[in-house]
Design a protein around this ligand. Structure first.
Ligand code: 13P
Ligand code: SF4
Length: 332
């Protein structure tokens, strides 16, 4: 039987009241799903706040690595995902590609003990575990600079996976030398060696888009996410995580125009006037958009029926080391 959105919303609210469950939603979720979230935020806030929450079940509306991170941090919690959708960037690296990247550095004369790996939170638990085992840690777009500053104090080469753009953007901000594996350059001459992963959604924004808006609306501000290309971030007035972008834009005077380089759902609900999407192509994250109200309802209903669906499981060894990598970040 098909329900209308209004009916689904009523059913979801009723189930939330009766069950020991917290619904978590990332900013990129569809509006109607996002509005059902008890906890909303950027990747770091979602990880921190969900860890502190004490409901038995977490229903995570987001992409796979986000639900996995909750399970890794709180293995006693039962984490369900209405859609186990995998972030395209997280899919670009696995344990084998990670090991190959370490080998690449070794082949260029850098011993394993002189490498400090950092993985962006947009990676699966197996990669986080490998990083944890090598003494490294996780970062998010909101704390990457702080994490890299701490890592540099160990005097080692930083292997940054999987997002080459975030790695290069932080390097540029900090005046450090960076390179991307497979794109030339000698790791010995670089402070940060980046894996060649990227987010296809954030690749949609270009310097031409920025020029277009600046010409059309002189005085417009450009705000972008650090997953955008380094040339785009360099040309922006503000670069930040989803939460940082929201704060920046909400604090602007009402008549200040701004063009934003990040996912469509979030930009669309930001501000009623004077806010533009920095691309002529609609920048929707396909995997974030997979989760529907009906999926959320069916997941909550499965808890009520005593047969939870789409439960996230992480094996013990992966959980142990991935948690170490995540805890190192949270301790900072
Ligand atoms: P934030 O940590 O800024 O929310 O980013 C998550 C993400 O996947 C951006 O594409
Ligand atoms: Fe992954 Fe990009 Fe979607 Fe973020 S916007 S979840 S990095 S594919």
């Amino acid at each position: 039987m098909q329900f209308t959105n209004e009916e689904l919303i009523a059913k979801i609210k009723d189930l939330k009241e009766r069950l020991s469950v917290t619904v978590v939603a990332h900013f990129y979720q569809r509006d109607e799903v996002f509005e059902m979230g008890d906890i909303t935020g950027d990747s770091l806030e979602l990880a921190q706040r969900t860890k502190e929450d004490d409901a038995e079940f977490v229903v995570f509306c987001g992409v796979g690595f986000m639900g996995q991170s909750v399970k890794v941090l709180s293995p006693h919690k039962r984490v369900l995902m209405p859609k186990v959708a995998c972030c395209a960037m997280a899919k670009m690296i696995d344990g084998i590609y990670y090991d190959d990247s370490v080998k690449f550095l070794e082949q260029h004369g850098i011993a394993k003990e002189n490498i400090l790996p950092i993985t962006y939170i947009n990676s699966n638990a197996d990669v986080k575990a490998k990083v944890g085992e090598m003494g490294g840690m996780v970062c998010t777009s909101s704390n990457a600079k702080k994490i890299i500053t701490t890592a540099l104090s160990e005097g080692k080469k930083i292997l940054f996976v999987p997002d080459r753009c975030l790695g290069q953007n932080i390097a540029n901000q900090m005046g450090l030398k960076s390179m991307v594996i497979g794109q030339g350059g000698d790791p010995k001459d670089s402070d940060i060696i980046c894996y060649d992963g990227f987010c296809s959604v954030h690749q949609l924004f270009s310097v031409e888009d920025i020029e277009f808006y600046r010409k059309k609306y002189p005085g417009i501000l450009i705000a972008t996410h650090p997953e955008c290309d380094p040339a785009v971030c360099e040309a922006s007035d503000f670069v930040g995580s989803t939460s940082q972008l929201i704060k920046y834009i909400k604090e602007l005077p009402e008549d200040q125009k701004v063009a934003v380089g990040t996912e469509f759902n979030m930009v669309n609900r930001l501000r009623p006037k004077n806010t533009y999407v920095l691309s002529s192509t609609k920048p929707e994250c396909p995997t974030m958009n997979e989760t529907t109200l009906e999926d959320l309802y069916l997941t909550l209903k499965s808890i009520e029926d005593g047969a939870p669906i789409n439960e996230i499981q992480v094996d013990e060894n992966t959980q142990k080391w991935a948690k170490i990598a995540l805890d190192r970040m949270l301790a900072l």
